[in-house]
Design a protein around this ligand. Sequence first.
Ligand SMILES: C[S@@+](CC[C@H](N)C(=O)[O-])C[C@H]1O[C@@H](n2cnc3c(N)ncnc32)[C@H](O)[C@@H]1O
Length: 227
Amino acid sequence: MLARILRALENQSYPRRAWAAAIADMISPVLVPGATIVDAPCGGGVIAFRLARSFPGCRLELRDISGAATEAAIHRLRGRADVRRGDVRDLDATPGHDLWILVNSWFLLDDPDSLVRSKRVRFAHLLVLCDDVESENYRAFCARHPEFHGGLNRNAQPVDELIARVEGTGYRLIHSRPLGFIPLHARNESLAASLLFSACEGVARRRGARPGYWAGLFERTADDPLP
Ligand SMILES: C[S@@+](CC[C@H](N)C(=O)[O-])C[C@H]1O[C@@H](n2cnc3c(N)ncnc32)[C@H](O)[C@@H]1O
């Protein structure tokens, strides 16, 4: 019992708990039986941990280039997923109908368009979750960390441009949603921080703040032969 409570606390991690719920909701109508959900880069595996609960029959494949992140994900998923250290550029691209979730990582990838295009034959669906550079939250974060925009964030662009960019790789947007007012600077690994940020989010939403993140679900266009 105590172990279960400790594990539940360990997996709070705001905002990923809320992101995982939104992702599960968005992808459940399009998951093809037998499809693998690929979470790459997966970080510490918090989102996949929750997807494993939502879709117990689904195969999960997790990859991250960081050894520490991969170890954390292996520990968190405890045999419920294929978790390995690896570069997203080396993801298997065997033709298929799998689903790839690209969470909070578009910003750090060099030439994500070519990457997505090169894996397209495998992925019938792609979910991209990223920050909304036009939100107050993003602006406030960049005011404190001016090096981020155009630095670590290599792909800073408004959501409409990002959608056009992904669609240019052979996908079309089928569903999108804003994802809450989420402090980009949040150190969010504890239950107390999760509860505090969740409460702040409620207040910000009531005051009409523009959501800080966005998620889009894309479907592969059938303009080339599918397997
Ligand atoms: C901001 S974190 C997001 C992780 C996860 N999607 C999440 O939301 O918790 C970015 C992750 O990308 C990983 N990463 C960076 N470049 C990568 C690459 N080329 N291949 C695989 N992982 C990469 C980093 O190690 C880091 O864990």
